[in-house]
Design a binder for this molecule. Structure first.
Ligand code: CA
Length: 221
């Protein structure tokens, strides 16, 4: 599975940024208001290169997040065509949304619902800033109709946006209709500035669902 899903993640994310840029160049808004250029370029840089500020422990509880789920992406293959997209973007084989039904805590969690059979599926949190000697990642997950265990993977990136290390499948996610906690820990390279986090499955049938809540990144020296 690693050979199929992992190289495609970076390539497709870059293609997405490039396509967004092309769309913007062609857009009527650009022609009406050139002052948008600096803001758009800053947005591209923020998307591709992680911020250099000192990272602190982070939590992602889905309580104060925009409905379009910024920072999250989905990856999946249908009919051998691998695609990557924003989780709230319609028209793809699975879609993410904020769900207030039975969150692990608070009023919301992330829900991902599959509308078609998909293979090599990944749900990714992009470019979370980190620092320090080690990182512990924990989160809560439940699922319905997946029919397979999932894998947690972490990707380390330096301040230039280059991936420096991949921790593929460092924890297993067992299918469960009730919330279960998954925890994994990695040593950070000295120049690591950000990580990506993914939960992936070899295949998922149409109609299956995953819920995620209370992701915590704990950093220590
Ligand atoms: Ca929550």
């Amino acid at each position: 599975m690693e050979d199929h899903i992992e190289p495609a993640v970076h390539t497709l994310a870059m293609r997405s940024v490039i396509q967004s840029f092309r769309n913007f160049v062609k857009s009527p808004e650009r022609q009406k208001n050139c002052s948008l250029w600096p803001a758009f370029l800053v947005a591209i840089l923020c998307a591709v290169w992680p911020v250099g500020a000192q990272a602190q422990d982070e939590s992602f509880d889905f309580e104060n997040i925009a409905p379009n789920l910024p920072g999250w992406r989905g990856l999946g293959s249908v009919d051998s065509e691998q695609k990557s997209w924003g989780l709230s973007q319609p028209g793809f084989p699975f879609i993410g949304s904020l769900d207030g039904t039975q969150p692990h805590a608070g009023g919301n969690c992330l829900k991902v619902e599959f509308t078609q059979d998909v293979t090599n599926v990944g749900i990714m949190l992009m470019n979370a800033p980190v620092s320090g000697g080690s990182l512990e990642v924990s989160f809560f997950i439940r699922s319905e109709g997946i029919g397979a265990d999932g894998l947690v993977s972490l990707y380390q990136y330096d301040s230039g946006g280059q991936r420096t290390q991949l921790h593929w499948g460092i924890s297993k996610v067992q299918e469960s209709s009730t919330w279960s906690e998954v925890t994994c820990k990695i040593n950070l390279l000295p120049d690591t500035a950000s990580i990506r986090f993914s939960v992936s499955y070899p295949s998922v049938p149409a109609g299956a669902k995953i819920w995620i809540d209370d992701i915590t990144l704990k950093m220590s020296n």
